[in-house]
Design a protein around this ligand. Sequence first.
Ligand code: SF4
Length: 366
Amino acid sequence: MADVQDLRSLDKREIAAVCEGLGWPRFRGKQIFSWVHEKGVETIEEMTNLSLEQRQTLAAAYGIAPLRLVDTWQGDGGDTVKFLWRLPDGNTVEQVLMFYGGKETKDRVSTCVSTQTGCAMGCKFCATAMCGRGRNLTAGEIVGQILLANRWCQDHDRSIITNVVYMGMGEPLANWPQVKKSLQILNDADGLNIGWRRMTISTCGLADKIKELAEEDFQLELSVSLHSADDKIRSALMPINDRYPLDCLMEACDMFTEKTGRRITYEYAMFRDVNDSKQDAEKLCRLLRGRLAFVNIIPANPVAEAGFFPARSERIKEFVTILERNHIAVAVRHSRGQDIEAACGQLKRRNHRERQEADMPENKRK
Ligand code: SF4
């Protein structure tokens, strides 16, 4: 794969240009795009409506970068599944699948995908931040997570992915060119055809990039990790707040709402004795009053290494009551997969630790 280009990273126009360059008719481009991005083949050999000679010609310069499944974990009675993928360069990333549904409702299958192998944003409560800066994923590596997870679903007789949330490892807006391309590929009617409104970008609050996103003609969902309406507390939780403090972040959010007409979801991970007081709730009401906003309260996944613990349920109830009294739309989202450490970065770290321990002499293991 070293000297060949990854077909998963190419959109339909680029694959058509490849075919044109080879002197093939344009419809071949559509066929190849559909093999890669709709059927999710993992090798060029599987493209059986191309002749053997055509497959060999294509394989001389192109390939499909392999994502190897290192491990899977299942929690919530099988409704949450987590994957650890190995990328061609040996890096690993996590992906979470969440199955929702019931007898009366059509199945909704949501996935959180990774966009970087670590993260430079340094949020204090985040296990991914502890993995270091990492590198950007390519569009193909992002799309590949969804294609291969769909394959896993089909092999396990489960419904395939309906919703994509860019909320795994990494800050998606810090890798915007590749993230944008992956969104366009996923939305393509000849590929997975996932509607814009079924795709969500979740950001820690890169205000400049939110403004850039507002200028795009994408009707996607935006989710902003707020976690506090107080600059001092937010900066202590999220160093990005020093670069883009709340007034700057909210100006960008207002621009997004103005341009797209779309409501923003504000994520509020609630940590015990950090951001769960009555005063914190009142500040949040003042910040969001008059804005098109929805607040998602998340009793945070415990990341013991970072010293953060979930808020107590009576505090959460009191917080929600204050928001409701102030007519702020709010819901409590119960964290999925606590039994499998589903917060982003936790499984990568655990796998890394386990591998280190396996390599360690017996007397040094914990
Ligand atoms: S919470 Fe998100 S943005 Fe913050 S360090 Fe973790 S992965 Fe990065």
